[in-house]
Design a protein around this ligand. Structure first.
Ligand code: NAD
Ligand code: TYD
Length: 339
């Protein structure tokens, strides 16, 4: 089987490629990635020489380029991770989010229609459901929870989901969608909460917590997300949405304190900064469907996953120091300079 993985030079896509090459020795993976600021070719160095792997630098919005790749590769499956993925950047400038996350998705699905495909899988997010109140711990996102987005990022992802379902109903495209909670693990770009706090703490820099830090996210170790997508590809029902989450809700402030504790850094580094605009309060997934129908359960407990993650950032300083010492400096100054 040939699988095109878009966005495979990013955080979850790269972890998915490593996982699939290991788990499926007969499959070939073609990674399609335009290498935006979030894509890093060095991440894929361990598989670059693997004869079952090919990297193609291409924008998912480039229709002729995508069609040509389908003609060359005759893929059986597409897994679309490629996206602009950071909420704060979407608040600063929504346009590229609409372009990549919506138009790019439609180009990929048009290619699937034109050349035929066994499965198109859309990697989506729990953020399409909006947020839950902090004082209702009994509420969770189910697959039929209405879409109710907050940020330009989540709105662009929700739009893509609607388009994916429209291609299924209108053209019979064999699609599946997964909506996962917040991931953490190796190779996450340091603009996101956990790697940002690890990188800053290791450099004894302030740890910028938005508002009071009481917002709740449901954290899942990235490999558990990869396993869930693999299961959906193998056993999932076409036309269905699957929520993925590990019932691991934590307040931002508690995560940051835990990182300080593990790294032996003082909590006095924590600095409360101006809150994010439209900041979602709580995300919480009910994963009953994927558990009951496909037998998926998360395998890495947060206490183990966070240690593995922190250790990975300690062992791979070159990877993230290269990033934080580059263009990222300008981003950091713009986002946090006067906050
Ligand atoms: P990321 O920002 O780390 O990586 C995105 C990758 O997509 C990068 O390699 C980038 O170069 C590539 N890309 C961006 N625009 C492209 C384009 N136009 N054409 C080709 N490639 C392009 O993102 P991530 O955190 O790995 O997230 C991957 C997917 O998972 C996204 O669709 C995101 O919405 C979804 N998701 C992420 C999380 C999370 O916690 N990170 C949770 C749920 C869902
Ligand atoms: P993030 O990693 O950006 O993921 P998302 O917004 O998609 O959930 O942020 C996770 C939480 O951490 C979110 O509530 C915002 C908060 N946060 C901070 O408090 N400080 C930061 O510097 C960042 C990047 C995030």
């Amino acid at each position: 089987m040939t699988i095109i993985v878009t966005g495979g030079a990013g955080f979850i896509g790269s972890n998915f490629i490593f996982y699939m090459l290991k788990q499926h020795p007969d499959d070939r993976i073609v990674c399609l990635d335009s290498l935006t600021y979030a894509g890093n070719l060095s991440t894929l160095a361990p598989v670059m020489d693997n004869p079952r792997f090919r990297f193609v630098k291409l924008d998912i919005c480039d229709r002729p380029g995508v069609y040509q790749l389908f003609e060359e590769e005759h893929p059986d499956v597409i897994v679309n991770f490629a996206a602009e993925s950071h909420v704060d950047r979407s608040i600063d400038n929504p346009e590229i989010f609409l372009q990549t996350n919506i138009i790019g998705t439609s180009v990929l699905m048009d290619a699937c229609r034109k050349y035929g495909i066994q499965r198109y899988h859309q990697v989506s997010t729990d953020e399409v459901y909006g947020d839950l109140p902090l004082d209702r711990p009994d509420l969770f996102f189910h697959e039929d929870t209405p879409i109710h987005t907050s940020s330009p990022y989540s709105t662009s992802k929700a739009s893509a989901d609607l388009l994916v379902m429209a291609y299924h109903r209108t053209y019979g495209l064999p699609v599946t969608i997964s909506r996962c909670s917040n991931n953490y693990g190796p190779y996450q770009f340091p603009e996101k909460l956990i790697p940002l706090m690890i990188a800053n703490a290791l450099s004894d820099k302030p740890l910028p917590v938005y508002g009071e830090g009481l917002n709740v996210r449901d954290w899942l170790y990235v490999e558990d997300h990869c396993k869930a997508i693999d299961l959906i590809l193998q056993k999932g029902t076409v036309g269905e949405v699957y929520n993925i989450g590990g019932h691991n809700e934590m307040k931002n402030i508690d995560i940051v304190k835990l990182i300080c504790e593990y790294l032996g850094k003082p909590e006095s580094l924590i600095t409360h900064v101006t809150d994010r605009k439209g900041h979602d309060m709580r995300y919480a997934i009910d994963p009953t469907k994927i558990h009951n129908e496909l037998g998926w359960l998360p395998e890495t407990m947060f206490k183990d996953g966070i240690r593995l993650t922190i250790q990975w950032y300690l062992d791979n300083k070159d990877w993230w120091e290269n990033i934080v010492n580059g263009e990222y400096r300008n981003y950091y100054e713009k986002m946090y300079g006067n906050r």
